[in-house]
Design a protein around this ligand. Structure first.
Ligand code: MG
Length: 400
């Protein structure tokens, strides 16, 4: 029942149920969806910190609107510009990795949403965990690179790692309250990307513009290319392995072009639970914020009469080698997933800059993985060293 009366004085449980959230990556597509969620469920989500890379104008208008307790722009000259625009009425704009870590450990925050593209969210994620904050992860690179380190730190500090990637959020929902030993398979769904039906010989001439057109999700550039190569799904396989502590052979992928089923869990009795919703990142973001509760929102419910069909097919593993490369990296473990991730980032940049063809992304990543000497029990320092090595090696070995 909606009431016109002012809210009663908050009780302990009321105050606790309003999550105070820091958003790292607020100007990106996940960050903007997170702000929509905050707009939609203001009684459950308060924005206390905002950080972005360098999009000054968007950042400044967000800070003016949301009035966070603290804010950071990663890029120092962008931060200087934002300070000029914001003046003294708003909190000091911090900068760099130190600024991200300050925000991640903000005393006023309960939950840190990490939605920074690439690997720069890793140190802030670990800083947040050390400060006892729950983290919601939208940047899959963090768990791909350093899954063992991050999950171990979270266990040690007793904090939650909440998945925001739609697939992992779906699996998280399906697994809720179930005995991990009853799980036989995690089944990640994949849209298949824009080239799902393209003959293998045509992949050679794919342009960045064609690869950036995603059929069902509206996303950033890097993740759109990853979705076209299926590296996105490969990274998600490794992410699932760490988040849910399942061995790699139990992580499977099925192509589901409509992206309505966000992922599934098969149990030992061969029953399968799936999570479905419209394709909008606000769903998983909201669940991460309100977990373990569910609250009403203004998001569109799924209309089954408008859904013509749900299709499923096996991925074309031969034509899209990313899944096998990821399985190799996830099974081997150690520093190899970080190397796959770094090599892929460099190869995607090369492709977007017109420096290599589309299938060269896979070839380049494979070459770097083959050249890598795996450290099988790495700490953060050796993971970051492997990441740097892979970037340099890949830069010098882009396939043509
Ligand atoms: Mg995903």
């Amino acid at each position: 029942m909606h009431s016109q009366h002012p809210l009663p004085t908050p009780t302990h449980s009321n105050t606790r149920s309003r999550r105070r959230v820091v958003i790292l990556g607020c100007t990106g597509s996940i960050g903007q969806s997170a702000l929509k969620v905050a707009e939609d469920i203001p009684n459950r989500m308060e924005v206390v910190g905002l950080a972005a890379d360098r999009s000054v104008d968007t950042f400044v208008s967000q800070v003016r609107h949301w009035k966070p307790k603290a804010c950071t722009l990663f890029n120092p000259s962008a931060a200087a510009e934002a300070r000029l625009q914001l003046g003294s009425k708003h909190p000091q704009v911090w900068e760099g990795e130190a600024g991200l870590c300050e925000l991640a450990t903000l005393p006023e925050a309960d939950l840190v949403l990490i939605a920074i593209v690439g690997t720069s969210g890793l140190r802030p994620a670990l800083a947040a965990i050390e400060a006892g904050k729950d983290i919601a992860i939208a940047s899959k690179e963090i768990l791909v690179m350093a899954g063992s380190v991050v999950m171990e730190a979270a266990r040690r500090k007793g904090v939650r790692v909440l998945p925001v990637d739609s697939e992992h959020n779906a699996i998280f929902q399906c697994l809720e309250g179930r005995d991990p030993r009853s799980v036989s398979r995690i089944i990640l769904t994949a849209s298949g990307g824009p080239f799902r039906k393209l003959p293998a010989d045509k992949l050679l001439n794919v342009t960045p513009a064609e690869a950036l057109k995603h059929p069902t999700w509206d996303m950033g550039k890097k993740i759109s290319i990853d979705s076209a190569t299926l590296f996105n799904k490969g990274l998600e396989m490794i992410e699932a392995r760490w988040l849910f502590d399942v061995p790699m052979p139990q992580v499977d992928v099925v192509i589901h072009p409509q992206s309505i089923i966000h992922s599934m869990v098969e149990f030992v009795d061969s029953s399968i639970l799936a999570q479905l919703s419209a394709t909008d990142m606000c769903f998983p973001i909201q669940y991460a914020v309100t977990w373990p509760e569910r609250v009403p929102n203004r998001l569109p419910p799924l209309n089954f009469s408008e859904l013509s069909k749900l299709e499923f097919e096996a991925p074309r593993a031969e034509d899209f080698p990313a899944l096998n490369l990821a399985r190799w990296a996830g099974t081997t473990g150690g520093t190899l997933p970080a190397v796959l991730n770094a090599a892929n980032e460099v190869a995607v940049e090369a492709f977007l800059a017109g420096r290599c063809r589309f299938p060269s992304i896979w070839k380049t990543v494979e070459t770097t993985m083959q050249a890598h000497q795996v450290d099988s029990a790495p700490d953060l320092v050796s993971i970051l060293a492997a990441d740097r090595w892979a970037r340099t090696f890949t830069e010098n070995n882009i396939a043509h």
